[in-house]
Design a protein around this ligand. Structure first.
Ligand code: B1M
Length: 280
């Protein structure tokens, strides 16, 4: 039986700001057996410290406890890289440290990818993803691509710094139902808009449902640039993508009713979250 651990809760990551050598009491991963909880803390710390070999050793150990690949990505790996982001923002970390932590994430994702692919369900559709032109960030996009694959999509990942014309070429080649743009920089988010405009100018806008994501991206930005869906994380991306190829498959890209249906998914999720909090 796979061991699933709650990764949906919002945790306080304050303890990660201090160098703690010994095992700690935190509110995270409390539903995990003690051995796994401490392994998760080791994974968080080794990503923060940029220790890629040790990170992958601990990932392998966690897998031997039958922790699912998805739990590892959404749990300790997400917590570790979030703290790296905070340190970078506060000038506590500089690029070399961030690059070492990014290497940990990439190696761990490479290790996990075959397992996620093995979880793949029945084929449901085709998606193209890419990080927009000028932007080199790809950890989040890779996670989204992997989760979509596990949900049954064939995913064509165009890589990083993808110009609008490459997206257009790929839409013609792969005929996807969905195309997703990732952008992590405030200076490159505008390329999402340029890419939407270029797809529109080529007469392809109705052929594809456009998803946008990345740290500076919001629902307001998605509305402004005329994309169909904003996904704040990989799980939301999967939920919305599945809706696009099932109940909403007849809707065209750019249809205001599709945009509204995507917002309804967010509203329902918020309601479920609120009622779970009220019960808890
Ligand atoms: Co960069 N970086 N970085 N960086 N980096 C940020 C983004 C930054 C916020 C850090 C900070 O200051 N706090 C900042 C941007 C500030 C701004 O724009 N206002 C920044 C900067 C400034 C830079 C450079 C300019 C630094 C420099 O050179 N001086 C430079 C830019 C290079 C370039 O792109 N041209 C740079 C470089 C790098 C590294 C190469 C060192 C490395 C990237 C390695 C890599 O990706 N291969 C890096 C990293 C690692 C980060 C942080 C620390 C972490 C990003 C990350 O991987 N997060 C980041 C800080 C932060 O975001 N808080 C930062 C984890 C990942 C799981 O989350 O990517 O948000 P995320 O993905 C989520 C969702 O957003 C969503 O789902 C994902 C999974 O849940 N999602 C989608 C993402 N894409 C989606 C697409 C979809 C749907 C959902 O469509 C289907």
């Amino acid at each position: 039986m796979p061991l699933t651990i709650d990764t949906d809760r919002e945790y306080d990551l304050e303890d990660l700001q201090y160098d703690i050598e010994d095992s700690r009491e935190t509110d995270r991963w409390c539903d995990a057996p003690p051995d796994v909880k401490s392994l998760f803390h080791e994974i968080e710390w080794n990503i923060i410290d940029g220790e890629h070999t040790i990170t992958t050793d601990f990932i392998n150990k966690a897998l031997s406890f039958k922790v699912t690949a998805r739990t590892l990505v959404a749990g300790p790996m997400a917590a570790g890289i979030a703290e790296v982001g905070r340190r970078f923002k506060m000038d506590e970390y500089f690029l070399p440290e961030v690059m070492m932590s990014a290497k940990c994430m990439h190696e761990a994702l490479d290790l996990i990818r075959p397992l996620i692919q093995a979880e793949k369900c029945e084929e449901v559709g085709t998606v193209i993803v890419g990080t927009v032109q000028g932007d080199l960030h790809d950890i989040g996009k890779k996670i989204v691509a992997m989760m979509l694959e596990a949900a049954g999509f064939t995913v064509h990942d165009l890589g990083v710094t993808v110009p609008p014309e490459r997206f257009i070429e790929a839409i013609r080649e792969y005929k996807p139902q969905i195309v997703g743009f990732s952008a992590l920089l405030t200076t490159t988010m505008n390329m999402q808009w340029e890419t939407v405009k270029a797809i529109d100018a080529e007469g392809l806008r109705q052929n594809v449902k456009i998803f946008v994501g990345g740290a500076p991206i919001s629902q307001a930005w998605c509305d402004k640039i005329g994309a169909d869906a904003y996904a704040m994380d990989a799980l939301v991306a999967v939920e919305k993508a599945k809706a696009c190829v099932t109940g909403l498959s007849n809707m065209k890209g750019g249809d205001p009713a599709l945009h509204e249906a995507m917002l309804e998914i967010d509203r329902l999720r918020e309601e479920v979250k609120a009622s779970a909090t009220a019960v808890g």
